[in-house]
Design a binder for this molecule. Structure first.
Ligand code: ADP
Length: 256
């Protein structure tokens, strides 16, 4: 709590009273902490791939006798790490865009057409793991007045996770429903599931259930934070049903 006393004095400079302004700054302090934690996390997340890239470039430059196989292995690592950097930067920019967006790019967005673009992007990821990837739309004429990139991000982030966290031969199903008030987007997988105690935290920036595994799988830890911000900006909500080693369903409900 911040207390700012103001003393009231008369013409002879004698104190005749005071005004005390009491302000509850708990929320401000919390926000400031979230902000500074985020900056620290971002710095760390960006530095890790950069350090690795620098290290491998230095080794390649200073050693002429590296055999071609080792050289290619190092170049692959540099490639993977720079892609990771690019994804991190894209996600950080997306988060800041949503936070600052004044909703001035709203248009009638066709859900089916937007999903089709995402399907083309994600089809091979599922195919490479022999995942049965299916979808069901009640109509090809469902529209939402919003920013198209938002809808694309909702699909991409949920589907990308569903494929990432589902073992080979599993299944991922996208289901869209519409009623008089809402549009519901469900993405259901038969993957590793999320422990109950982690569910409230997975929407935090950089929170990962299994840090080592998630990093190896290639995530930035920002996908669900972006999703949450988008859904809040659309006045919607997110439901998560998950069972360990059985699968997970994310349902995004957006008012029309
Ligand atoms: P990441 O880039 O690490 O996937 P996200 O913000 O997209 O970051 O997700 C946060 C964490 O939530 C993931 O690291 C993972 O532990 C968990 N998670 C998200 N989606 C799923 C899913 N479909 N199945 C199991 N775990 C998931």
């Amino acid at each position: 709590v911040k207390i700012d006393p103001i003393l009231l004095k008369n013409a002879e400079n004698v104190i005749i009273g005071s005004i005390i302004n009491i302000e509850d700054v708990t929320e401000n302090v919390k926000l400031e902490k979230i902000r500074s934690d985020f900056v620290a996390n971002v710095t760390h997340e960006l530095k890790t791939p950069l350090t690795s890239i620098n290290g491998f470039i230095e080794t390649l430059k200073s050693n002429n006798e590296i055999d071609i196989e080792t050289r290619n292995r190092f170049l692959d690592i540099i490639d993977i790490e720079s892609n990771r950097l690019r994804r991190l930067i894209d996600d950080i920019l997306m988060l800041s865009f949503i936070e600052n967006n004044k909703n001035d790019k709203y248009e009638d967005v066709n859900l089916w057409e937007t999903f089709e673009e995402v399907f083309d992007l994600t089809f091979n990821l599922a195919k490479n793991k022999n995942i049965n990837y299916t979808y069901n739309f009640p109509s090809k004429d469902i529209y939402l007045k919003t920013n198209k990139d938002y809808i694309k991000q909702i699909f991409v982030n949920l589907i990308d996770n569903a494929i990432k966290y589902t073992p080979e031969e599993g299944s991922v199903r996208v289901l869209v429903k519409e009623d008089s008030k809402n549009i519901k987007i469900s993405v259901k997988d038969t993957g590793i599931g999320i422990p109950d105690e982690d569910i409230p935290r997975i929407f935090e920036r950089f929170y990962r259930v299994d840090k080592a595994r998630s990093k190896k799988i290639g995530g930035t830890g920002l996908g669900l934070a972006i999703l949450k911000h988008i859904v809040i900006s659309l006045n919607g909500k997110i439901e998560v049903n998950s069972e360990l080693n059985k699968g997970t369903e994310f349902i995004v409900i957006i008012p029309k």
